[in-house]
Design a protein around this ligand. Sequence first.
Ligand code: TYM
Length: 332
Amino acid sequence: MTRIFSGIKPSGHVTLGNYLGAVRRWVEVDQHRAEALFCVVDLHALTVDHDPARVRRLSRQAASLLLAAGLDPRLCTVFAQSHVAEHARLSCLLECVASEAEARRMAEYAERAGAARRAGRGVRLSLLTYPVLMAADILGYRADEVPVGDDQAEHVELARELAVRFNQRYGAVFVVPRVTLSPVGARVMDLREPAVAMGKSSASAAGVVYLLDEPEVIARKVMAAVTDDEPGVSYDREGRAGLANLLEILSACTGKEPQVLAESYGDAEALKRDTAEAVVEALRPLRARHAGLSADPGYVDGVLREGAARARELARPTVDAAYRAIGLLPPG
Ligand code: TYM
């Protein structure tokens, strides 16, 4: 059976980009068609300056939002990365397979390290090795597919290269995974800055819709989206990025093609109104379920505990095999 692995980093509040680019497909498609694992990758949240209490809170909130979005622990495994030691164990080996130069080439590293330096902060070593830990997340489960938004595709590509390299050097331990992207919503852009992706850690929240924003806040953010001065509505990603983003968000919520939607609007205001309403409606059931779950943290913790036990069982034999293959003495 196909195995799927994906993850979400509790470094900020979960956004509409996370939902449309990844989580919604995990819920609607992936958990039904494969053996799927979805992970709150909390170790990754420590790669930039962090507040321990906030990471703890956001980790539980991310888990609860995944369940509220519709991940069903009877169908898939939901767990926290730090609860399964195999991720760190394997990362340590993969650091001996990856090169420093290839880690430095990652666009996300360049962007975040640049931002940290500009702000006069140091760059954590873990920010550089982050994609190697991500490769360990994937390879430890022998995952066939990794459903992500397109900003993460370069990291999955590195995981593929490391799998091939390890297998060639030390023996066939890993499955070479492939990335799967959402047909729509793979890159939701910031509503105020349509040239950059909508991100959890954006400097300004004005262009970012969070799943837990109140409906009025969502409507206000969408109505204030930046478009352009040309009259009418057309779908042109390069030339009219703001409009294209709204059309893609509306498309992701309604299932209609962005080009077809563009033809049915005479002006940006009407498009914004309908997009705001569609987003609010798409998120309404999730918000309601999340309210119920956050009143019952014991349930969420129980799901994570059982998920970690299952994940450990799946990853341990592969990670043990990698330890043997690379030349480490088996424990007596
Ligand atoms: P993270 O937490 O940044 O994002 C979680 C998922 O949401 C997608 N995404 C987006 N999709 C469309 N438009 C956007 N604006 C947008 N923003 C985020 C991301 O592509 C991702 O699929 N490094 C990963 C987490 C991770 C992981 C893994 C993923 C760690 N280990 C192993 C897959 C497999 C990350 O920071 O995702």
